[in-house]
Design a protein around this ligand. Structure first.
Ligand SMILES: *Cc1c(COP(=O)(O)O)cnc(C)c1O
Length: 428
């Protein structure tokens, strides 16, 4: 398609957008009475309008039924979390039995590492990407120290080449092969939070298994953004937060995937609690743990219903739309944003540099842009003018036009505001 950087063209794309009505289903913050252009759906997704209904339902059940709500609410609380497995399985490419929802992301990765980081003899190393999300770095360091190793020795980082912004698959695979039988676990962010690079999870998982390691993925930036086939890729485990592309609200519950190969096992190392024991006998309060026959065996506590309710509301929308439609719009709107950025770059003779891979297979909803010579002032100008982006030092803005609620006209308007901001600065 031949793009044009004009309002008319952007509006034409909006008219042809099969998801355009979904914008109405989300609540936008306002600046000067006008809805913002929201680029931070990769950090905290907007609130769907149906969320309040789901939360109110729980509040009402609590008021009217109190403890009886566990069993007699319309959506009883004792198995509330089980409702999420099916819609989530379609989003991450899994069987329903391989999904569970609990806790928050860092907590879940720690819990999953109890099962999947089992250093022994010379096999004790963890491979991750360099400059992983800080929480993942702290998590991995504390895990290896917990097992008595030195992070400098036990954590092997995959490096980027000098002067390059993204990882090369060949370098990832050669790192895995060189660590070989010393590698206990590979744990990488499936979509890099800084650049938006999407990793070839299928190939990396296979090569990781070939050297005898477990392979898990942090899908904070993957779930609800890119096509995932966790079951078919034979991934051992994965976890994601729900408040980024999945619009579940601040700090809300996280999803986990555990491949069915590991289900129905009593001998797998795992931290256990009563919500992981068989539903039929859970309330018989027996002394021995009988695992749920699926990923729910990793559950510990009774579920945080007020944290799950918004996630269930959001999954209703995902189920209605489906990932195929979201990905189709995502590809077009990200391509259009890229075009707008390049047009503005040419007009102001600036030197933006998009550090996200340019191929569709290697990127999702996010474009990370290096603004050479621009400072924090530009970011503040954007915020003041109703464009919410995310600034990372030294001068990168991350732009994630969530296909659910961002419009093509947003992309055009953003370009105009950006241009004004840059020109104003160089004039004033
Ligand atoms: C956002 C993000 C997290 C956040 O972890 P929480 O435990 O939910 O605070 C972790 N890892 C990555 C890669 C992220 O992008």
């Amino acid at each position: 398609m031949q793009f044009e950087n004009s309002k008319e063209f952007a509006q034409k794309l909006d008219q042809q957008d099969s998801l355009k009505s979904y914008r109405e289903q989300f609540l936008f913050p306002k600046v000067d009475g006008k809805e913002v252009i929201y680029f931070t759906g990769n950090s905290l997704g907007l609130q769907p309008k149906n969320t309040k209904k789901y939360v109110d339902e729980v509040m009402n059940d609590w008021a009217e039924l109190a403890v009886e709500g566990h069993f007699y609410a319309d959506k009883p609380w004792w198995d509330y979390h089980e409702r999420m497995a099916k819609p989530l399985s379609k989003i991450v490419g899994a069987k329903s039995s391989e999904i569970t929802v609990m806790n928050t992301l860092t907590v879940n990765l720690h819990l999953l590492m109890v099962s999947f980081y089992r250093p022994q003899g010379k096999r004790y190393k963890i491979i991750c990407e360099e400059k992983a999300f800080p929480s993942d770095q702290y998590m991995l360091q504390s895990q290896v120290r917990f097992h008595g190793y030195d992070p400098d020795d036990a954590i092997v980082e995959i490096k980027k080449r000098k002067g390059e912004h993204n990882f090369r698959l060949e370098d990832i695979l050669s790192t895995i092969k060189s660590v070989g039988d010393e590698c206990a676990l590979i744990l990488i962010g499936g979509v890099n939070y800084y650049t938006g690079q999407v990793f070839d999870m299928k190939t990396i998982t296979k090569v990781g298994h070939d050297v005898g390691a477990f392979v898990g993925w942090d899908l904070a930036h993957g779930a609800g953004n890119i096509e995932l086939k966790l079951h078919d890729w034979n991934v051992d485990f994965a976890s994601w937060c729900s408040y980024k592309y999945m619009n579940s609200g601040p700090g809300n519950a996280s999803g986990c995937f555990v491949h069915e190969r590991f289900h129905n096992k009593k001998d797998i190392p795992r931290f256990e609690g009563w919500w992981g024991t068989k539903r039929e006998s859970r309330f018989l309060m027996k002394p021995e743990f009988e695992p749920m026959p699926n990923a729910d065996a990793w559950q510990l506590s009774n579920a945080p219903i007020l944290s799950l309710a918004p996630y269930l509301a959001s999954l209703e929308l995902f189920d209605e739309v489906g990932m195929d439609a979201l990905i189709k719009k995502r590809n077009l709107i990200v391509a259009y944003l890229e075009f707008v950025l390049k047009s503005i770059d040419a007009e102001v003779e600036s030197t933006f540099e998009i550090i996200t891979p340019s191929s569709q297979e290697e990127r999702g909803t996010q474009l990370s842009v290096f603004l050479h010579g621009e400072g924090r002032k530009l970011f503040d100008y954007l915020m003041k003018n109703g464009v919410i982006t995310d600034w990372r030092e030294p001068n990168v803005i991350r732009l994630a036009p969530a296909p659910f609620y961002c419009s093509y006209q947003d992309m055009y308007e953003f370009g105009q505001i950006l241009k004004k901001g840059i020109l104003q600065k160089s004039v004033g």
